[in-house]
Design a protein around this ligand. Structure first.
Ligand SMILES: CC(C)(COP(=O)(O)OP(=O)(O)OC[C@H]1O[C@@H](n2cnc3c(N)ncnc32)[C@H](O)[C@@H]1OP(=O)(O)O)[C@@H](O)C(=O)NCCC(=O)NCCS
Length: 319
């Protein structure tokens, strides 16, 4: 038993915020942001929009592409680092908003920017293990709510959005395999240290990052994990039709592509318009490439991501 992707969908909130808009808000410049990250603009959710709301819109689009109704889904996994509330999980909230009433499992995955590959790999294993037939895997974030506007190094990098993928059990392989890793000893270089205790927020509920340390770590582990996944399937960089990386920073994507011997014309890049949407970035980019026809049946698609924790991983798909 294998799992195949039968639908993708994505959603961006209406409000687009350009680097020039940020210039009016904080001491930064379009040139600095573009040269350091490749980001030109990002989207921010409206005040009333929750992570689950963005996830619902992306899910409905994926369901439509798959030709399914919500109750056909028997597993919901939401990757998010911005849950609607402490509990219930955003996956349970999303399941309810979609009107799924079949009792299928629903849970969140918290691996920050590594979240979507963690969630997709987990859903694939559920299907391979016979515990689910049709899984909805969502990455959804409202990163704008955990930005410290006194920290210009981090606040210019992130955006909001959601993406969704539907997996279905199949006799023929779609997802070929994946690898997940974590090393908690690096927990301090990218974090939101805040927590709630006895009704009081303890610690800063905003992103804090040692950008240079994150950059170095990301480039190293991403190269390792893509090589690891390719070797396991006797493939080389040149066999990859599309690399769909986590969209943190164009320079990290360029470094990974170079290590694989891939030109940037083989890399799906949306960071310029989306910013870093954490766990939403891969399904947002994948959906763009599916809908504009770049991704075609039979192609090899490699997803990879790294995020706070640290977590990292890759998933290889034959489309
Ligand atoms: C964050 C990042 C873009 C910062 O780039 P950098 O070259 O390391 O920048 P530095 O922090 O050394 O700052 C360089 C200068 O730019 C300034 N600067 C920082 N943010 C700025 C901003 N938004 N606008 C203008 N100038 C800024 C700094 O104050 C510093 O000035 P100084 O030299 O006068 O002190 C870079 O480290 C990076 O891409 N890290 C990885 C981030 C990432 O991908 N995280 C997510 C992983 S999931």
């Amino acid at each position: 038993m294998y799992s195949r992707v039968i639908g993708t969908g994505s959603y961006l909130p209406a409000q687009q915020v350009t680097n020039f808009d940020l210039e009016k808000r904080i001491d930064t410049s379009n040139d600095w942001i573009v040269s350091r990250s490749g980001i030109h603009s990002r989207h921010f959710a409206a005040e009333h929009e929750m992570t689950s709301d963005l996830g619902v819109q992306a899910s409905l689009r994926a369901l439509e592409m798959a030709g399914l109704q919500p109750n056909d889904i028997d597993l919901v996994i939401v990757a998010t680092t911005c849950p609607d509330q402490i509990f219930p999980s955003t996956a349970c909230i999303l399941q309810n908003k979609l009107g799924i009433k079949n009792g299928g499992a629903a849970f969140d995955v918290q691996a920050v920017c590594g979240g979507f590959v963690y969630a997709l790999n987990t859903a694939d294993l559920y299907i391979r293990g016979g515990q689910a037939k049709r899984a909805l895997v969502v990455g959804a974030e409202v990163m704008s709510r955990i930005l410290d506007w006194n920290d210009r190094t981090t606040s210019v990098l992130f955006g909001d959005g959601a993406g969704a993928v539907i997996l279905q059990a199949s006799d023929t392989p779609g997802i070929l395999g994946g690898k997940l890793h974590a090393d908690g000893s690096h927990h301090d270089i990218l974090k939101v240290p805040g927590s709630v205790s006895n009704g009081v927020v303890q610690g800063a509920p905003f992103i804090q990052m040692d950008g240079k340390a994150v950059f170095k770590f990301a480039v190293t582990v991403l190269s390792e994990v893509v090589e690891e996944v390719l070797a396991e399937h006797n493939l080389q960089g040149s066999d990859i039709d599309w690399l769909v990386p986590h969209q943190a920073n164009i320079r990290i994507m360029e470094a990974t592509a170079k290590k694989l011997g891939l030109g940037m014309d083989k890399v799906v890049v949306t960071v310029s318009q989306h910013g870093n949407t954490s766990s939403a970035s891969i399904p947002l980019a994948l959906d763009a490439a599916v809908r504009d026809g770049r991704v075609q049946p039979g192609q090899h698609i490699l997803l990879e991501a790294v995020g706070g924790g640290f977590t990292w991983g890759a998933v290889l798909i034959r489309w």
